[in-house]
Write a protein that binds this ligand. Structure first.
Ligand code: RM4
Ligand code: MN
Ligand code: MN
Length: 424
């Protein structure tokens, strides 16, 4: 994969600067009563899941422009995920999408273990028709008016659980595109009832130590109404299903300016926050790299999570869900991994006691300044030191470029077809 000697040589070049930056930041944090080494430990313990589908070049509904050396199989994708983890040391798991990633479970686990990886949540796909499929999802899947079509979609989700059990996954994420393009096209109430009864069938097949994540999204592919369009619907679903059902928040699935951190707070309050799909967006479900458009919002989400980190039962799945249309997907996923980790550490720096005091005194100015002090702190040296001491790269992107990995796999992997649009 990535030659250890390349990582070492790259790190050797950067270690003197890192050491200086680290010492200075340590001194500054000390003045704030923060032990920098504790922050390094936090950064080292942090881990998230990479989406297998994010390792390929994405596209819009207009076009897709493939890059060189794209992964052709799930095993290529796992190799790429191995690279991301070896350089960042912060992405130890992979989230699979079925049927895109269907393969012999033993081969999947063998390949994952080779890279020190494990599997996070399984993702079902009833938003596309597969070649061998009997009933079409054109007019819906879990909510379709036809019982046989719903049963087929339920069956598919149960199969995802079955595959997941064989590879050590413990969760299923359900996102459906069902909805309507025209007012009057569907009866919104009855459609939701059909959704709930299908989800109950899936829930019945969930092993005891598994969780079912319900993922909401405001629109697309349905443009008038979407069945699970908001966190309210997602929460209703999770509450109706039972204890193993939780809500998953994809940061890109809200209208612009929606206060996502407040949604996070509400779901924590309800005991129903299960996990995230991290990405960034400007207009809709843009699936841009995390922290590249609105890093402050990412920080504010993490602020809620750090604030609630000792909540009994809170066990979150941190996953990325992005589409990389113009960048090298490995580089984008590494940048996102580090930006998510950065927001987490910045949130951990917030002086929560002082913040609570200012909130109690209604000192709005100092409360917001206390919060921003975390966001304004450059924690690069903490992240770099965490990676270095775990065997990763101080600068993953530059090390990746120096490794020649992309050129090497370009020679080995078949050239991807560039014609169509779409996410994968
Ligand atoms: C959706 C949603 C799902 C993802 C698909 C590919 O917009 O974010 O999580 O599985 O895209
Ligand atoms: Mn998602
Ligand atoms: Mn999405």
């Amino acid at each position: 994969m990535i030659d250890k000697t390349v990582i070492e040589a790259q790190n050797a070049m950067r270690t003197p600067d890192l050491d200086r930056d680290f010492d200075y930041l340590g001194e500054k944090l000390d003045r704030r009563g923060i032990d920098i080494n504790q922050m390094v430990d936090r950064a080292k313990e942090f881990g998230l899941a990479v989406p297998s589908w994010g390792t390929g070049t994405g596209g819009t509904r207009f076009a897709r422009f493939p890059g060189p050396g794209e992964p052709a199989t799930i095993f290529d994708k796992l190799d790429d995920c191995g690279v991301i983890h070896s350089l960042t040391q912060a992405a130890p798991t992979v989230s699979l999408h079925i049927p895109w990633d269907k393969a012999d479970p033993q081969d999947l686990t063998a390949k994952a273990h080779q890279h020190g990886l494990a599997f996070d949540a399984m993702n079902s796909n009833s938003f596309q028709d597969q070649p061998d499929q009997i009933h079409s999802y054109k007019f819906g899947s879990l909510t379709h008016t036809d019982a046989a079509t719903r049963a087929q979609a339920v069956e598919h989700n149960l199969e995802c659980i079955e595959i997941g059990q064989k590879i050590g996954s413990k969760a299923l994420t359900v996102w459906i595109g069902d909805g309507a393009n025209f007012p009057g096209q569907t009866h919104m109430g009855r459609q939701f009832e059909r959704y709930l009864s299908s989800m109950k069938e899936i829930y019945k097949g969930l092993p005891d130590n598994w969780r079912l994540f319900s993922e909401h999204k405001i629109y697309e592919p349905a443009f008038y109404s979407t069945v699970v369009q908001d966190w309210g619907t997602s929460l209703l679903t999770a509450q109706e299903l039972g204890d193993k059902a939780m809500c998953l928040v994809d940061l890109g699935h809200h209208a612009p300016n929606v206060n996502i951190e407040m949604i996070v707070s509400r779901l924590i309050h309800a005991g129903k926050l299960g996990g995230f799909h991290f990405n960034d967006s400007k207009y809709g479900d843009d699936d841009l790299d995390s922290g590249t458009i609105d890093p402050y919002r990412l920080f504010l989400v993490w602020n809620e999570l750090v604030d609630a980190e000792n909540t009994p039962g809170l066990d979150l799945a941190h996953m990325i869900d992005q589409s990389h249309n113009v960048t090298d997907p490995i580089e984008s996923l590494m940048i996102s991994t580090m930006e998510i980790q950065r927001a987490y550490i910045q949130a951990a720096l917030v002086d929560r006691e002082a913040l609570a005091g200012y909130q109690a005194d209604n000192d709005a100015l100092m409360a917001s300044a206390t919060l921003r002090a975390g966001f304004r702190t450059d924690v690069d040296a903490i992240l770099g030191r965490a990676r270095l001491s775990s065997g990763g790269a101080i600068d993953p992107v530059m090390t990746f470029r120096a490794s020649g990995y992309r050129a090497k796999v370009s020679d080995e992997r078949p050239i991807a077809n560039g014609a169509g649009g779409g996410i994968v």
